[in-house]
Design a binder for this molecule. Structure first.
Ligand SMILES: Nc1nc2c(ncn2[C@@H]2O[C@H](COP(=O)(O)OP(=O)(O)OP(=O)(O)O)[C@@H](O)[C@H]2O)c(=O)[nH]1
Ligand SMILES: Nc1nc2c(ncn2[C@@H]2O[C@H](COP(=O)(O)OP(=O)(O)OP(=O)(O)O)[C@@H](O)[C@H]2O)c(=O)[nH]1
Ligand SMILES: [Mg+2]
Ligand SMILES: [Mg+2]
Lengths: 292, 283
């Protein structure tokens, strides 16, 4: 259902029989606050609540529904417009080599998420393999290798190769030889100010031409979400988004800005550190949690 | 002319939005603006025309005040004084997952070493894949010893061993790494409390991500409640965030932000500059 703070805001409004502009203003403020606390972009929050205010005060109600239901519908529709109506799965052509590349800001959860996706698809009968193309972070090789071992999934890396593009190419070649259907490519963390790393990401993508590039976003990411996602989109074609660390108290509102910036849907969410802590994105559930 | 309550409301709201857009937690922005507004109304100092200017100046001063520590913490100075007494300085690094604890520990190890201190590191993250190897790689490059055990071992015991080792070998600094943990996970908070209790560190540093939004408030609040933080380090400031996280952390803990992380290399650590941040948040 709707988040409980939104529900209580609506109860205040619709205890009254007459639409009171003051009460609507108060409702709008409550919705604004809930969305801001959830880390939704400030400008987006203003746009959403402006729409809610206009429609809540609209004299012409759609037939057969109450004013309260109408306002709820407006809030939901506005969020659904950004989050998508239903979940979109990863496209994997069985029997073919599907290369999926993970990118994202430092510490967002790329390596851990690859471990989870490997387990997820291996369980579903897809031959999965993982490649470490992170040439920078100390111990990245060991981290991914240990995660791959947990799910008994083939792993490839080369600690002596210092070029990320070469790592990706070699790894892809090795995985193809093994007949792996879903090949997950791990890359180093990077942010929008690191121009040479952004270029490196583009070079990797141009070289191995992944089926899909997944942007991994930390669920705690704040008002920077939109501009950071934009920088990734400008450099490469982002196919989908995964939001991590939603097992904590963060609401993940930055995700909305990321979707808006990349035009890519969220496909999975991360709910913990274990290899089973992943689930397909559910827009209704996500919106409900957002509204607190 | 007296300040009209209604016009002040507009300035208050506007500046509140500026702070929120700069990643200051909503609750912190609201409280700072509310307290500053009351102060202005109490002073009745400004003229109606200069209202937004007066309020903005007052907010800037409030922000600067929150960011400027009453009791500054300089880990190098602290360690120096302890070294003169022949004592070991123990520093514990805590924070949620992926904020940069291990990297910050390595940067500070480098900093201490460059300033003539001997350092030993405790591999206190025995949970996450590759955490021990990551620390070992850093330590290897810096020429520093790591006290470690296997994955799954008791972090508090490893910290204890490292401190005993430092005392026996007359090593100046013990840096204790710990696993990332969500502030909503009671078991992991309890584990952290145990590490702090057993190791009894001189300095407990909360490592916060400058890119985090409202969640950083609850992180700092819960970590402070659990083990009483002495200071914070704000990482990934090179990613060009507006830095509001610094304000939320300082506000809810009353403790200073000591350093900022400005990149992934060992030298990418700087002193926290309250005025620079205040300018960025309000200027
Ligand atoms: N609680 C929780 N922790 C997570 C989740 N996803 C990742 N983590 C943790 O977040 C931390 C960072 O994860 P990594 O996989 O190393 O992140 P990364 O993006 O690969 O980091 P870099 O390679 O340095 O950019 C680790 O402690 C993970 O265990 C999640 O969904 N929930
Ligand atoms: N750009 C930038 N990256 C940083 C900074 N500090 C840390 N990082 C990167 O952030 C990522 C995570 O750093 P870690 O030190 O592994 O973080 P952690 O808190 O120890 O992570 P867990 O132990 O998994 O909770 C790594 O890729 C680091 O290089 C910083 O100040 N700037
Ligand atoms: Mg990684
Ligand atoms: Mg660590």
């Amino acid at each position: 259902g709707l988040g409980k703070s939104l529900n209580s805001a609506l109860k205040k409004l619709f205890g009254a029989n007459v639409i009171d502009e003051e009460l609507v203003k108060e409702l709008v403020k409550d919705i604004q606050r809930a969305l801001l606390v959830a880390d939704v972009d400030v400008n987006l929050v203003m746009a959403i609540t402006k729409r809610v205010e206009e429609q809540a005060l609209d004299e012409n109600l759609p037939r057969g529904i109450s004013r309260r239901e109408h306002v709820i519908r407006v809030v939901w529709d506005t969020l659904a417009f950004f989050l998508g109506e239903k979940a979109v799965p990863l496209t994997i052509n069985p029997g073919k080599q599907n290369l999926v590349m993970m990118v994202g800001i430092q510490g967002s959860g790329k390596t851990t998420t690859i471990g989870k996706l490997a387990r997820y698809y291996q369980k579903r009968g897809i031959k999965t393999g993982v490649i470490c193309a992170d040439n920078f972070r100390p111990g990245a090789y060991n981290q991914l290798m240990q995660l791959a071992e947990k799910s008994n999934v083939p792993f490839w890396g080369d600690e002596d190769e210092k070029d990320a593009v070469k790592l990706a190419k070699k790894g892809f070649k090795e995985m193809k030889k093994k007949g792996i259907e879903l090949i997950l490519l791990d890359t180093s963390g990077r942010h929008k100010e690191e121009k040479s790393l952004i270029k490196e990401m583009r070079d990797i993508s141009k070289s191995v031409k992944p089926q899909e590039i997944i942007l991994v976003i930390d669920g705690t990411l704040g008002q920077q979400a939109g501009v950071q996602a934009e920088a990734f989109r400008k450099a490469t074609q982002i196919g989908s988004i995964i939001i991590t660390k939603l097992d904590g108290s963060a609401k993940g509102g930055g995700a909305i800005s990321a979707i808006a910036a990349t035009k890519a849907p969220i496909k999975f969410i991360g709910l913990g550190e274990g290899m089973d802590a992943i689930e397909p994105f559910n827009p209704t559930k996500f919106a409900g949690r957002l509204l607190g | 002319k007296e300040l009209s309550d209604k016009n002040l409301e507009d300035s208050v709201w506007e500046l509140q939005m500026v702070l929120i857009q700069n990643d200051v937690a909503v609750e912190v922005a609201e409280q700072i603006c509310e307290l500053t507004k009351e102060k202005i109304l109490g002073d009745r100092a400004g003229r109606l025309e200069n209202l937004s200017k007066v309020f903005k100046k007052a907010i800037y001063e409030s922000v600067l005040e929150i960011l400027t520590p009453e009791h500054p913490l300089d880990p190098l100075e602290f360690a120096s004084e302890k070294k003169q007494k022949g004592e070991v300085t123990t520093i514990l690094f805590v924070g949620v997952n992926g904020t940069g604890k291990t990297t910050t520990l390595a940067k500070m190890a480098n900093l201490f070493k460059k300033n003539g201190f001997s350092v030993v590191i405790a591999a206190g993250d025995t949970f996450r894949a590759g955490s021990i190897e990551q620390l070992e790689r850093h330590a290897e490059r810096l020429g520093i010893r790591v006290i470690k055990q296997d994955y799954g071992a008791d972090a508090a015991a490893i910290a204890f061993d490292a401190i005993a080792h430092a005392k026996a070998k007359h090593i100046d600094i013990v840096l204790i790494d710990s696993a990332g943990r969500m502030q909503s996970n009671k078991n992991l908070l309890d584990e952290m409390k145990k590490i702090a209790r057993v190791a009894d560190p001189d300095i407990k540093l909360f490592i916060g991500d400058a890119l985090a939004g409202n969640d950083v408030l609850s992180q700092a609040k819960e970590f402070h409640k659990a083990i009483e933080i002495d200071g914070a380090v704000l990482t990934k400031v090179d990613a060009d965030p507006s830095g509001g996280a610094a304000l939320s952390i300082a506000y809810v803990t009353g403790r200073p932000v000591v350093f900022v992380g400005v990149g992934q290399e060992y030298d990418d650590i700087e002193q926290f500059d309250p005025e620079w941040f205040a300018q960025r948040l309000i200027g």
